[in-house]
Design a protein around this ligand. Structure first.
Ligand code: HEC
Ligand code: HEC
Ligand code: HEC
Ligand code: HEC
Ligand code: HEC
Ligand code: HEC
Ligand code: HEC
Ligand code: HEC
Length: 497
């Protein structure tokens, strides 16, 4: 029997059928020795051990890995079997995804665990569903035989979350794979300053997840997979998310942890905005021209970023579950999980959301805007988008025409200052990114109007054609009122370090 060297681990060893403590000196609450029994699994189970006590949902693994056992018992995985029975539709084909067997792990033998034994100890989605069969490890836990889980997912894969979260009733992997979270851009996949948001391994490390998994040390970067956003064990946050979706805060909101790379101009580079959606929603993105700062305006809040008016923030619009039915018969055709992350997706002929982004606004689904209860009808939301986008398009064109006349000496990189020309150019790029007029219409419009005025003032230029009305005292009052309302509920959250 091998003595364990890892100091944080409790030292445990066991014989088949019963745990027996050999050495003392536990220093960890992560893994503790428990003097419990587990019935020896039959040979047909192919080394899956399942529950040591099915009636209390005590997993065999959880006898030692107490922390994971406690967390897992709060997840939906722990009652997947009962939910299947309660549906009244349980049949053989359903059971593979609601029990322990080859699904979700590296085992490919379809007759294993529940599938080969029909034993209650293998009901529910337990540890070994993701970690694979554990008999060898349990017999003598070592570094070599630890059953690490995989965080990789892909279409048609026979390992990981995607082996169960697939099919017409649960097409998470199908929709995810068609989104940009499902791909790795080459440029940011190796540079240390980019991987914290662009690869799964980098993101988990940035989130402080230091546990081991199959691909942790792999040099092949994975995209933003399920286990980046979802905690495999812990249901403290809704839907086992790693961070809240309702926190109006760059550090505590799941989406904003990444969607915040550059939202203000950098005096040391000519780079434009980079994933500025978080700060835009919260009203702090962009270059605030001196004429706004003089009025005391340094942020501009709006409804879509309000925790009160829109509690799920980004997820309300970008992760919307919707059932697609046949237009003629009304029969169920597809369950969209919202995991292609498009707020206003294009639809295919059957009404199913697609990853295509080339369709025109009249062909897009605005169902996320009505499902949330915010807009009365899809057409009302569509109309609001068309209206704000056309205003913003015009302002961007006008601002760009002015910026083009600003002397090139105003655009010096690395001079440690942001000139009016540089700030205005940044704001025009910020406003022109997809979705920005929706993320915060008041911010975007006011930044553009104020930038136009500031450029005219500082460089003695005037717009040809339609004149942009200056930001009026009424508008400033409206901004102040909105900011004050938001401040009363969310100021602390927003400004925490
Ligand atoms: C008898 C106690 C015991 C049982 C039961 C047990 N483990 Fe372990 N497990 C350990 C110990 C001790 C280690 C540390 C091994 C080492 O690093 O030498 C470990 C390590 C691990 C690791 C790696 C952790 C890391 O830090 O890298 C995983 C994953 C794991 N176990 C999963 C499982 C699963 C899944 C089961 C159920 C099939 C299970 N264990 C059952 C004691 C146990
Ligand atoms: C063996 C099949 C299987 C595997 C593997 C699996 N799941 Fe599940 N998962 C299920 C089933 C079945 C449910 C529904 C359980 C229920 O509600 O009864 C579920 C539910 C969930 C939920 C719903 C939680 C909620 O509160 O709404 C999340 C999130 C989830 N799984 C994430 C994952 C992730 C992430 C992975 C991979 C790390 C994964 N699952 C692997 C079968 C699986
Ligand atoms: C390919 C794997 C797979 C198969 C096969 C499967 N399920 Fe599921 N089932 C899942 C997953 C994954 C979830 C969780 C989905 C989610 O949270 O949206 C789930 C969730 C459920 C739920 C919802 C539990 C709840 O209330 O939250 C029920 C009920 C259910 N399945 C019943 C069935 C029935 C009945 C069948 C067979 C006709 C079946 N499942 C076949 C994977 C599967
Ligand atoms: C703080 C998180 C974060 C960091 C750090 C980060 N990015 Fe990004 N990046 C994102 C997000 C989120 C998106 C997607 C949102 C978008 O396109 O607006 C993105 C998009 C991109 C895109 C696609 C842009 C497009 O328009 O299609 C490229 C290329 C890119 N990043 C390169 C990089 C490089 C190179 C680095 C390192 C120098 C880097 N990123 C660092 C979060 C980050
Ligand atoms: C839905 C899939 C899934 C289920 C179910 C699951 N795990 Fe895990 N487990 C993972 C993944 C993925 C990781 C690595 C990422 C992480 O820790 O967040 C992991 C990590 C671990 C580790 C490594 C900890 C370390 O310190 O390195 C242990 C131990 C572990 N799980 C034990 C368990 C036990 C015990 C259970 C059942 C009570 C369980 N897991 C259930 C997927 C799962
Ligand atoms: C970019 C982050 C992100 C990624 C990646 C992601 N999810 Fe989710 N997922 C979410 C959010 C956010 C919600 C909750 C949406 C809400 O409540 O508004 C969610 C909800 C869920 C739910 C429960 C809700 C439901 O419709 O039943 C399941 C199950 C789930 N995800 C599974 C998966 C699986 C499987 C993958 C990988 C194929 C995955 N997720 C990838 C963010 C993510
Ligand atoms: C771990 C970092 C990370 C997290 C967390 C994250 N994203 Fe992303 N997101 C990215 C990156 C990186 C890209 C761009 C990938 C690329 O183009 O290479 C992206 C792309 C997107 C896209 C463009 C999708 C497409 O297919 O065009 C949307 C929309 C999006 N994210 C929304 C969200 C939402 C909503 C959440 C929270 C539920 C979220 N993201 C959480 C990193 C993240
Ligand atoms: C009120 C609804 C709403 C909210 C809230 C929202 N978005 Fe968007 N978002 C949109 C719309 C609409 C678009 C434009 C989509 C298009 O033109 O295809 C968009 C576009 C995007 C894009 C560009 C890629 C794409 O899918 O077109 C990204 C990335 C993005 N949003 C991320 C986020 C993030 C991150 C948050 C939270 C900080 C967020 N959004 C909050 C509605 C919203």
């Amino acid at each position: 029997m091998r003595a364990l060297r890892t100091p944080r681990l409790c030292v445990a060893a066991l014989h088949l059928g019963a745990f027996a403590l050999l050495l003392g000196g536990c220093v960890s609450t992560d893994i503790v020795y428990r003097n419990s029994q587990f019935p020896q699994p039959s040979a047909q189970a192919k080394n899956f051990v399942g529950y040591s006590q099915a009636d209390t949902k005590q997993t065999t693994c959880g006898n030692c890995h107490v922390d994971q056992q406690t967390k897992w018992s709060g997840t939906k995985h722990s009652h997947a079997w009962a939910d299947l029975q309660a549906s009244g539709h349980s049949s053989g084909e359903c059971q593979a995804c609601h029990s322990v067997n080859d699904r979700g792990n590296a085992t490919t033998d379809t007759a294993a665990g529940y599938t080969s034994t029909q034993d209650v100890r293998y009901q529910d989605v337990q540890c070994e569903s993701c970690h694979g069969p554990g008999l060898v490890h349990i017999t003598a836990p070592t570094i070599e035989n630890r059953p690490l889980a995989s965080i990789a997912v892909s279409l048609g894969s026979d390992n990981g979350c995607s082996e169960c979260h697939t099919g017409v009733h649960s097409p998470f992997v199908e929709e995810w794979a068609s989104s940009r979270h499902g791909i790795v851009e080459t440029a940011p996949s190796t540079r240390p300053e980019c991987i914290g948001c662009h690869t799964a391994q980098g993101a988990l490390a940035a989130f402080g997840v230091n546990t081991n998994y199959v691909e942790k040390m792999s040099t092949t970067p994975l995209p933003i997979t399920c286990a980046v956003c979802h905690d495999p064990h812990d249901a403290t946050q809704t839907h086992q998310l790693r961070f809240a979706i309702d926190a109006p805060n760059l550090d505590q909101n799941l989406c904003m942890r990444c969607h915040q790379r550059r939202s203000n101009p950098d005096p040391k580079s000519a780079n434009g905005p980079h994933s500025p959606q978080g700060p835009t929603l919260l009203g702090t993105a962009g270059w605030f021209p001196p004429i706004l700062i003089a009025q005391g305006i340094t942020e501009i809040d709006a409804t879509h970023g309000s925790q009160v008016a829109n509690p799920s923030l980004c997820a309300t619009c970008h992760v919307n579950r919707a059932t697609v039915t046949d237009a003629l018969t009304g029969a169920f055709t597809f369950q969209s999980t919202g995991h292609n992350f498009h707020a206003i997706p294009c639809l295919d002929d059957g009404g199913k959301p697609t990853a295509d982004t080339s369709c025109v606004v009249t062909q897009r689904s605005f169902v996320a805007c009505t499902a949330s209860g915010c807009h009365g009808s899809e057409n009302a939301a569509r109309g609001a988008l068309i209206s704000v986008e056309s205003q913003v398009d015009l302002l961007v064109t006008q601002l760009n025409s002015l910026v083009a006349q600003v002397p090139s000496t105003e655009f010096v990189i690395g001079d440690d200052k942001i000139t009016t020309g540089e700030g205005a150019k940044f704001n025009a790029r910020l406003a022109a990114m997809p979705g920005q007029p929706v993320h915060n219409p008041f911010l975007i419009r006011t930044l553009l109007t104020a930038s136009i005025q500031q450029v005219e003032l500082d460089y003695g230029l005037t717009l040809s054609g339609a004149v942009v009305a200056p930001v009026s005292a009424t508008e400033i009052d409206a901004i102040r009122a909105r900011n004050a309302r938001a401040a009363s509920t969310t100021a602390q959250l927003k400004r925490s370090p």
